[in-house]
Ligand binder design. Sequence first.
Ligand code: DON
Length: 309
Amino acid sequence: MPCRSSDELNTLVAKAKKCAKSGKVADYIPALGKANQDDLSIAIHYPDGRCISAGCIEKRFTLQSISKVICLALVLIDRGSNYVFEHVGMEPTGDPFNSIAKLETMSPSKPLNPMINAGALVVTHLIKGNSVEERFQRLLSFIHELTNDSTINYCEEVARSEFETAHLNRALCYFLKQHNIIEEDVEQLMELYTKQCAIQMNVLDLARIGLVFALDGVDPLSGKQIMPPDVARICKTFMVTCGMYNASGEFAIKIGIPSKSGVSGGIMGAVPGKFGIGIFGPSLDEKGNSIAGIKLLELLSKNYKLSMF
Ligand code: DON
């Protein structure tokens, strides 16, 4: 077991927080630019229900790219892995998360993996339902089940802010539509995707979702199998190979915990069989990952030998 107490975690947070100054809050989605660069919080959720935490743990933040791995789990449950991987690949890209480059050079131009924006847009496209509202509610209900919290919703301001400025994501969608990878109306898909990215929660909720992945899809409280073990396994594998974008290799070597980041500064970690981690630190490094969050995970992993490798 890592940190026995929140006091130990507080010490690590104070240490990691120092590097927040050398990063930058994301502002390409204007509403995210309002975040406080110095924030850093963490929660660790254990299978027996215990939770230790440090920092401003009640503060809510939007999931952004962390939603990609949750959405992937839902779509894998709904459609099965064979169907999903006919539409999106399994390979890391080594490119920034919003890159269009490989779509042009690959044939067929199926996105390389579900964690880059192009692949995530395909996965969101595959959410079942008859309207944006119905599809969004299905994703939200899945998140309610994972967190055991039915009050979780999305932040309208952040969703609108991204919807109004997501020109590059629209370009990715049009490219995918031209190549028959997606079929739906681009504005409709952008509405669903921006709402998905704007789903907000705190680090305690995020750690609980991480724990469900860590426990191969089992709810820690009820023992219910929320997702098949194989779906949890696929998601954790993507978290290792592409969860931290084009920093995933270095992250795997230095930290070795299946993790997924988002540009709001969230990181969800799943230590297989042991516990879930939720982190929020909005100051980002040049690749779009929480700079203090990564430092904190590095300290945790080294101090408590958490690498799975
Ligand atoms: O599509 C976008 O640009 C955002 N909604 C999500 C990107 C993101 O979180 C990338 N993370 N590091």
